[in-house]
Design a binder for this molecule. Sequence first.
Ligand code: NDP
Length: 304
Amino acid sequence: MASHSSQEGKQANIIDGKAIAQTIRSEIAAEVSQLSQKYGKVPGLAVVIVGSRKDSQSYVSMKRKACNEVGIKSFDVDLPEQVSEAELMSKIHELNAIPDVHGILVQLPLPKHINEERILGEISIEKDVDGFHPLNIGKLAMKGREPLFLPCTPKGCLELLSRSGISVKGKRAVVVGRSNIVGLPVSLLLLKADATVTIVHSHTSNAESIIREADIVIAAAGQAMMIKGGWIKPGAAVIDVGTNAVDDPSRKSGYRLVGDVNFDEACKVAGCITPVPGGVGPMTVAMLLKNTLEGAKRAMEQPQ
Ligand code: NDP
């Protein structure tokens, strides 16, 4: 962790998600090569994209490139915008049946005429590397049950904490946001790791005072810089998932990305904090690779 100096001389440690993600990718590459030597096979990830949304295309090409870099075989499935739900579903069934495909990722959002919930529910839970299948989320919620996969961004948040030497057990954690992809699963993960967890959402009346009690804050509201420095308990660990574009005429693009936390203010109070960009974002892709590797190991070590 690097340090960030402030005017008052106090400083939060900056959790370098990019560097941690790079370390994890190297570990994955080493394991992939061991698997290849042992079984003569490498993990495979099917990345399915429907349509030509620019943002989705750039996420998908980033994921495919990340696969190639660590030796995971990427199965590219590019379908046109007008593909029917039935056709997409039969593609998913086809991928479920291919033994060399160990993970299936369907890039969201899907076009409006396709029911996302139905499609995600068709992915075999053994290949659900995004961890969004209700059975995997259900097992995450239940005591004594272990899901086959953890959702990537929440898993990345916990990994950032553990690799930064921050223990969760017995701590007060506040999660801001309760979405199916970030807020809810990260709350469940923190609970499984023995934190005392409070969830703040858009109907919470006294968010500021609740957040101020937290030893660990996970911000995932999608609200640019809503969490002020004064809302943070001195010394707290702050993981900022929020990725919000705000106007910035000084940039060529006309915008810049900021988190849900006012970073400059929070740096003067927090014990450690993730930047945006360069914090949680790189971990999400690293966890996707890790989930694919784990799925492949399960399949290769216990063939049907
Ligand atoms: P959603 O919009 O699905 O959910 C936002 C959540 O925040 C909701 O539960 C909402 O409450 C809550 N919320 C909204 N406004 C407030 C507020 N003022 N106070 C308290 N809670 C509030 O977003 P996602 O979970 O998909 O994403 C959250 C953020 O994380 C986004 O900025 C997104 O871009 C980013 N993200 C980053 C990733 C990464 O890899 N770095 C991956 C995924 C997301 P309610 O339920 O009541 O509506």
